[in-house]
Write a new protein. Structure first.
Length: 278
């Protein structure tokens, strides 16, 4: 079964499965990204806050850049106009490319004007440095504000999403506004792999728990971004030639606990991430 794509407002095709690179050291990043590309992933997700863009750039230099949909993100402490521009240019330099397929606001920052941030994103788009603009970890209200003030379409909202944290109101709003939902931590950082329903379906379909969850997410028009430092898991997560019955998809729908693994209501307003002084 082939992996579908989502057509963005620009006309670009976003592969419905991506490879995440959060919390990987340099050696793990090199091996896992290279394995991902060899396994058929055509969508790589990184961020300036992951501190691995230069390593990813070295791996991408071995491939045809146009064959990879590449995403990066700007830290919330860098959301003023000049810093957005500077952060993007620095990311491009580290990645060894002259454009990003998608550039995301990594987290909203209440201390900086959203309009100012998105004006900078529009400028990057106009210069051809960024082909698509999006956000990450935005609530429905924050996303509605972004749609209202942005000069270019908000193509994506990357959020925490997995069977234990399905966020129906937010996901529905994204779909209603033609905003593609990308799932960060689609396996709940492995916590959800031991869910009894997931385990039963994995046995029934003779697939790994991760493969069941990723196929379910794609079937729900969600773009999962699994990451792993184990080459065998990287390859297995790209092998999603399985068709889940409607009843089994509903069983996974019923696993929701409203239980996040990282996107909690409270924030640690650290200077390293947000730059907000008390």
């Amino acid at each position: 079964m082939s992996i579908p794509t989502h057509t963005l407002p620009s006309g670009d095709e976003l592969p419905a499965l991506g490879f995440g690179t959060y919390d990987l050291d340099d050696e793990q990043t090199t091996e896992s990204v290279r394995t991902a590309l060899e396994a058929g992933y055509a969508h790589i997700d990184t961020a300036e806050g992951y501190h691995n863009e230069a390593v990813i750039g070295d791996v991408l230099a071995e491939s045809d850049r146009d064959d990879v949909f590449l995403t990066s993100k700007v830290l919330p402490k860098h959301l003023d106009y000049e810093s957005v521009i500077a952060s993007c240019e620095a990311s491009l330099d580290r990645l060894g490319t002259d454009y990003l397929d998608l550039y995301l606001v990594h987290w909203p920052n209440p201390a900086i004007s959203l309009r100012e941030t998105l004006q900078a994103m529009a400028r990057l788009h106009d210069r051809g440095l960024v082909r698509n603009v999006g956000v990450s970890n935005f609530s429905a209200y924050q996303l509605s504000c972004a749609h209202h003030v942005s000069e270019v379409p908000i193509a994506v909202n990357q959020i925490e999403f997995h069977p234990w944290f399905q966020r129906p109101d937010l996901v529905d709003y994204c779909h209603e506004t033609d905003t593609v939902v990308e799932a960060a931590a689609p396996l709940a950082r492995t916590d959800v792999l031991d869910d009894p329903v997931v385990q039963e379906l994995a046995e029934e379909y003779d697939r790994s728990p991760a493969q069941i969850i990723l196929r379910w997410a794609i079937d729900r028009d969600i773009v999962p971004l699994p990451r792993s430092s184990a080459p065998e898991h990287v390859r297995a997560n790209a092998d999603l030639d399985v068709s889940l019955d409607e009843e089994d998809r509903r069983r996974l729908d019923g696993c929701d606990r409203d239980q996040p693994v990282y996107d909690f209501p409270a924030r640690e307003w650290t200077g390293d991430v947000y730059g907000i002084e008390q």
